[in-house]
Design a protein around this ligand. Structure first.
Ligand SMILES: [Zn+2]
Length: 135
């Protein structure tokens, strides 16, 4: 597993809607909302299905976490504090194989900036971050 030197990530703050997603991540599993009324996956978590409008037919479904690189750009001059020390850095859109309507963002650790093989298969890795005192 590889990380990106200098990249600072914010810790998520789960709420009632997103807590099952983050709890699963802590168990190194990827779960998404699945609407059983219309058999569609959803990400990010939502109160209602954007396809059929149902609010009562969501269940959490574990997915494999495999996808492919749809598109990317290289960030060279971000104003986002967490990116500054890691620049240049890849910023890629990953399309989930189990539902091409769902995209995630990735910095593609281990892939040199600008050398991104668009269309290549990817798989999810979970990176554990340590806590430090904010200054
Ligand atoms: Zn639905």
């Amino acid at each position: 597993m590889s990380t990106i030197p200098g990249l600072e990530r914010q810790s998520p703050v789960p709420n009632d809607l997103t807590r099952p997603f983050w709890d699963a991540c802590n168990e190194r599993r990827l779960v998404l909302q699945n609407c059983t009324a219309c058999a569609r996956l959803h990400y990010p978590p939502a109160q209602r299905c954007d396809q059929c409008g149902s609010a009562d037919n969501f269940e959490w479904k574990e997915v494999e976490g495999k996808g492919h690189i749809d598109v990317y750009m290289v960030i060279r001059d971000s104003r986002v504090r967490g990116f500054r020390s890691a620049q240049p850095i890849n910023f890629a859109v990953i399309t989930l194989d189990e539902d091409p309507g769902i995209n995630f963002l990735s910095n593609l650790p281990g892939t040199p900036p600008g050398e991104v093989p668009v269309g290549a298969p990817v798989e999810l890795i979970f990176v554990i971050h340590e806590w430090r005192v904010a200054t």
